[in-house]
Design a protein around this ligand. Structure first.
Ligand SMILES: Nc1ncnc2c1ncn2[C@@H]1O[C@H](COP(=O)(O)OP(=O)(O)OP(=O)(O)O)[C@@H](O)[C@H]1O
Ligand code: SF4
Ligand SMILES: [Mg+2]
Length: 350
């Protein structure tokens, strides 16, 4: 029997701790560990589209940096097609060619002194995607693919609108013929019609090219349009994951429900926002880390720290980290010991 293909990305109990100055200290060498990722488990299959959603500070960009091999996990395993991401990345250009990134600050990621044509030709040359004489034609093909006119090749980024700049960034990312596209807030801050055009473009590219897509967004509407799978993050953990439609139609975690209800809808008053702000990762509540804001909180939530529990319901695999989930997800609620709190104090080496 043929062995099933390895997942593109597989994270097992990934932790990322940053050493930061103690709160309130501007000087001094004493640091504390800020746990930006805390036991993250995630599997992304070839051709999947996954949205990472969560409030500011929940760890989305840190997770992306681990997937890209830019940050090493402090603990746990981060694998790319079965091998440690950092090792694959250090081996050479293959990883950089296969895994392309679209940054939130698309304009800032483009050299303003280079024309659009030169910007797109750069990865074509770097990865020797086509012979030199064919570069001009390939640039034109990529411009067409992202909906820009061929004469855009002669323009500089400063002469382009925000939407056009994002299209150039996408064309540049696609130039190396990647199989994986990773994007951090790639359509945020644009007007709704430009956003809709870019989302349609990304969805078409993902389907036509069979791309694996990992897409960070604050916007559940964007997640639901673009991605078949969703992972909801809160304070360094994935608290709910599953097929986007199932999760958003019937959220099991109270945090997912609160995010969904807070999204503005036509002709409806905006729901009460969640009470309070996301706590500092340096000062986590005991037990469930959502307990300080959760409308369903119960006494045991302050003592027990729920971890993701997996279940298959009606042939759909979903997971939730909650002791008292809203939707009946079998097996939800097994607990781990109370959360470990901030990582231990350390002293900065000279
Ligand atoms: N290099 C770093 N050094 C210290 N702390 C960091 C570093 N990078 C991230 N953090 C902290 O880790 C936590 C997660 O940050 P991260 O940027 O991953 O969140 P995010 O979900 O991407 O937020 P946003 O939606 O605002 O972009 C935050 O508390 C942040 O302050
Ligand atoms: S475990 Fe308790 S506090 Fe945490 S999300 Fe579930 S109901 Fe809310
Ligand atoms: Mg971020």
């Amino acid at each position: 029997m043929p062995t099933p293909p390895r997942p593109v990305f597989e994270l097992k109990d990934v932790e990322k701790v940053f050493q930061v100055r103690k709160p309130g200290q501007r000087f001094g060498r004493k640091t504390v560990g800020l746990r930006a990722l805390d036991g993250v488990r995630l599997s992304v299959e070839q051709g999947a589209s996954l949205a990472l959603v969560g409030e500011s500070g929940s760890g989305k960009s840190t997770l992306l940096r681990v997937l890209l091999g830019l940050d090493a996990p402090t603990d746990g395993q981060a694998r790319y097609r079965g091998r440690p991401i950092r090792a694959v990345r250090d081996e050479g250009a293959d990883f950089a060619r296969d895994v392309a990134m679209v940054y939130q600050d698309a304009r800032g990621s483009l050299n303003p002194r280079m024309t659009v044509g030169a910007l797109i030709a750069e990865p074509l040359r770097r990865f020797a995607v086509v012979p030199a004489p064919e570069i001009g034609a390939r640039v034109a093909t990529l411009l067409t693919r992202v909906g820009l006119p061929a004469d855009a090749a002669g323009r500089y980024p400063a002469a382009l609108s925000g939407g056009q700049v994002r299209r150039v960034a996408i064309a540049r990312a696609l130039a190396s013929d990647p199989s994986v596209l990773v994007a951090d807030e790639a359509v945020s801050g644009l007007d709704v019609s430009t956003q809709a055009q870019l989302l349609t473009l990304l969805r078409r590219l993902q389907q036509d090219m069979g791309l694996t897509l990992v897409f960070i967004t604050h916007d559940l509407g964007v997640a639901s349009f673009l991605c078949e799978q969703i992972a909801i993050m809160y304070l360094g953990r994935i608290v709910e994951t599953g097929p986007t439609d199932a999760v958003l139609t019937s959220p099991a975690h109270p945090y997912t429900a609160a995010l969904r209800d807070a999204a503005p809808k036509f002709f409806e008053p905006i729901a009460e926002p969640l009470p309070g702000e996301i706590p500092s990762p340096l000062d986590l509540p005991s037990g469930c880390r959502f307990s300080g804001r959760c409308p369903r909180v119960q006494p045991d939530c302050h003592a027990r720290d729920p971890h993701l529990a997996r279940s298959r319901t009606r042939s759909v695999t979903r997971s939730v980290a909650c002791l008292h989930p809203l939707a009946p997800v079998d097996g939800a609620g097994p607990v781990a010991p109370a959360n470990p709190g901030p990582a231990p104090e350390q002293t900065r080496p000279d």
